[in-house]
Every structure is written in structure tokens, then in C-alpha cells.
Design a protein around this ligand. Structure first.
Ligand code: PLP
Length: 390
């Protein structure tokens, strides 16, 4: 835009932008979670090329660490460039072929995203229903299989929008395999946070994100496919609609050839490597236990404040706690107070639960007793400003 008086373009002056000084938040929303300092340090190490022999070694290490974290021997285990949705779209966009029937859940926000992606992949979408805030019932899944004979079945193991953990996973995969279907599991809010076992539970494809229970910045997202699932991908009659996420092409880079497809987000791969190294040092089962222990204290504390959890204990999700907003309390005023006064992030409800719940994450490096104590004290204060007595 030209200055009216002088006729000089504003672009000739460099913008006066100060040094980056983000606020020091405590992240206890639905993601991202607090990043471990070791991960931040890994991100400030020197860049190497994406085909550098040293980077090829790092790729191998990341793949090994991902297999450990997913509890799988799948050869096809890679970080996808992009956020969790990129890993999600590569699972769905490669496994769902035009004309395939895809069965997806309606019990949360991310099941809806699965439906959109399957539809864009050319699939015919059918649903298995449950209310927001409840898991899928295997009886309903079985009925949906009998009715629709889907080729692909997607489910969300940890629904971040509702704080529900899907139980009975082996039963669900059993139903799908009795019908020769492929199972895709959304493990974005479970991987590294709650028990999740790809091989033992017979899951064909699972995707995740780095910024939830792995406490790593977003940018490179875990994906694993069984040989059986990869055979379906490699036998497709038509190419997947996305070139960038086409797994048959990505095989050239992450498989044996290590040839160029696109430039990997090198720094994000470093970050993921360090985040996964932390998982390995802690031990995956110990890490699941820690999330459960720390979130159990959060749940107890929230109840002591006079609040209620949205999910019953039977399918409570430790990594994402949906807490009911009490009568007469303004949910967004509480969220704003926590952010302004305590630099503490939590989130509101989504979709069918908008206005009804707060979503409090207890993920990765944020799943520490110190954070829970801090959150409970801050929440008590925020509720008091709303006149809530408990
Ligand atoms: C966060 C999330 C995603 C999407 O991940 P992005 O990193 O935001 O793209 C998908 N599924 C679930 C269950 C999530 O919580």
C-alpha cells in the first residue's frame, strides 16, 4: 500500500517485528502438550541433508523406536511429513480405494474427519453409531458389518473430543477380520500414553501424532501398516488421489532405496527421535502406568472440587479428561482466566459436547504430578471467580 502523502510503498520499509518471545504456557489441553527440554535441544542441532548417510541412520533409528512404541514388528512403520491429520489421510487415502465401503464411527469429532477423508478417497461411507461421550458397542459393530460388508473399518481408540477410550479393541478387530476387512486405528491421543498394541490387537494400520502423548512439536507423524495392509495399497488399481501421501511412492524413501521423494522435515524427525528415545528410556508400559497414575490424581482432585467427569471409569481416557461444566459456570470465562492468570491452557468441548465439558489433557511431559497440582489450584481459583462453591 502506498503512503498517501509520499507515494512510497510501505513494502520498502522492513517490517518492525521484535524478537520471538512466546509466553511460557503450561499445556494441558487436547494437544499440543508440554515439550520435553531434551526434544527442544534436539531441534537446535545442525541440519543435515535428507539423504545424508547420517540421516539415513537416524531414519532407521526412528523406525525402530516407532515399532517399539506401537508394539509392532511392521516393516512399514514411518513418520509421515505433517501433523496427525497427514498420517490419518495417508492411512485412509491409501487403504480406501474408489468404490470401497468404509465403516466409520459417529461418536466423536475425529470419526467425522475419518468419514470426510474416506469420502474424498472415493469410498462409500457407512457408519456405526454411538452417542458422543460413549464408546462403540461390539454388538453394533457386528450388526454394521452384517448390513454393509465394509472393506475398511476405522475407529478412534482415544477420542480427544469426548475423553472416551474405546475398550474391546481385539473384539472389534476380530469382527472386522471375520469379514475380511482392514482395520485402521486412530491412536493420536493414545500412542505413548495409554495401552495400545498394534500386533497383539491385530490392527492393520494405525496412525498417530507427535504432539499429544509423545510431547513433541507437530510436524512428523507416526504411521504403521501391516504387510497385509501394504499389499492392498501396492495392489491398487488406481493411484491414491494424493501424490504427497502415496505410500507406494514413499516406499522409495523410507524403504530399502532411500531415494528422494520429498524433503523430509529433518528437524521434526530429530525431535521425534528424541521424544521416542524418552519413551524407550522410561519403558512403554511404565509410561502407560504413569499416565494412568497421574491422571487418576487429576480425576480425584477434580471430583474433590465438586466437579464430575463426563466419562464413567469403565471407558475414561487418562490422556484426555472431559470434565463437566457445572450449572451456572461460564466455561470460556474459566478457560480465559486460566490462560490469563496462570499461563495454563485447557480447552472447551467440541461438537455435541460444546459448552458442556472442559477438556483437560494429561499427556506426555505434561502428565506430571506438579502439573496436576498446579492445574487443580488454578481451576479452584477460576471456579471461585465464577461463584462456584462445589
Ligand atoms: C489431534 C487429533 C487428530 C489430528 O491431528 P492433527 O495433528 O491436529 O492434525 C486426529 N485424531 C485425534 C484423535 C486427535 O486427537
Amino acid at each position: 500500500m502506498a503512503d498517501r502523502q509520499t507515494g512510497v510503498s510501505a513494502r520498502e520499509q522492513p517490517p518492525d517485528v521484535g524478537e520471538l518471545t512466546p509466553p511460557d504456557r503450561t499445556l494441558m489441553g487436547p494437544g499440543p502438550s508440554d515439550v520435553h527440554p531434551r526434544v527442544l535441544r534436539a531441534m537446535s542441532t545442525p541440519l543435515v541433508g535428507h539423504l545424508d548417510p547420517s540421516f539415513v541412520e537416524i531414519m532407521d533409528e526412528v523406525q525402530e523406536l516407532l515399532r517399539y512404541t506401537f508394539r509392532t514388528d511392521n516393516r512399514w512403520t514411518i513418520p509421515v511429513s505433517g501433523t496427525g491429520s497427514a498420517a490419518m489421510e495417508s492411512a485412509i487415502g491409501n487403504l480406501v480405494e474408489p468404490g470401497d465401503t468404509a465403516l466409520v464411527p459417529t461418536n466423536g469429532y475425529f470419526g467425522g474427519r475419518m468419514a470426510s477423508m474416506a469420502e474424498r478417497a472415493g469410498g462409500d461411507v457407512v457408519t456405526v453409531d454411538a452417542p458422543w461421550g460413549e464408546p462403540l458397542d461390539p454388538v453394533d459393530v457386528e450388526r454394521a458389518f452384517d448390513e454393509h460388508q465394509p472393506d475398511v473399518f476405522g475407529f478412534v481408540h482415544a477420542e480427544t473430543s469426548t475423553g472416551v477410550l474405546q475398550p474391546d479393541v481385539p473384539e472389534l478387530t476380530g469382527i472386522a477380520h471375520d469379514h475380511d476387512a482392514y482395520v485402521i486405528a486412530d491412536s493420536v491421543t493414545s500412542l505413548g500414553g495409554v495401552e495400545f498394541r498394534v500386533d497383539e490387537w491385530d490392527i492393520d494400520a494405525a496412525y498417530s501424532g507427535p504432539q499429544k502423548c509423545l510431547s513433541c512439536p507437530p510436524g512428523a507423524s507416526p504411521l504403521t501398516l501391516s504387510d497385509r495392509a501394504m499389499d492392498k495399497v501396492l495392489d491398487r488399481e488406481t493411484d491414491p488421489r494424493s501424490w504427497y501421501l502415496d505410500l507406494s511412492l514413499l516406499e522409495g524413501y523410507w524403504g530399502d532405496d532411500r531415494s528422494y521423494h520429498h524433503t523430509a522435515p529433518i528437524t521434526n524427525v530429530y525431535a521425534l527421535r528424541e521424544a521416542l528415545r524418552l519413551v524407550a528410556e522410561e519403558g512403554i508400559e511404565e509410561r502407560w502406568d504413569r499416565h494412568r497414575r497421574v491422571a487418576e490424581d487429576l480425576k480425584t482432585g477434580v471430583r474433590e472440587l465438586g466437579l464430575e467427569m463426563n466419562a464413567p471409569d469403565a471407558y475414561w481416557l487418562p490422556s484426555l479428561n472431559a470434565v463437566r461444566v457445572p450449572e451456572g459456570v461460564d466455561d470460556s470465562a474459566v478457560i480465559d482466566h486460566l490462560l490469563a492468570e496462570y499461563d495454563l491452557e485447557i480447552a472447551s468441548g467440541l461438537g455435541d459436547l460444546a459448552g458442556d465439558v472442559w477438556r483437560i489433557g494429561c499427556m506426555g511431559h505434561s502428565a506430571r504430578p506438579k502439573n496436576v497440582e498446579y492445574l487443580l489450584a488454578a481451576l479452584e481459583d477460576a471456579l471461585a471467580t465464577q461463584g462456584f462453591e462445589g
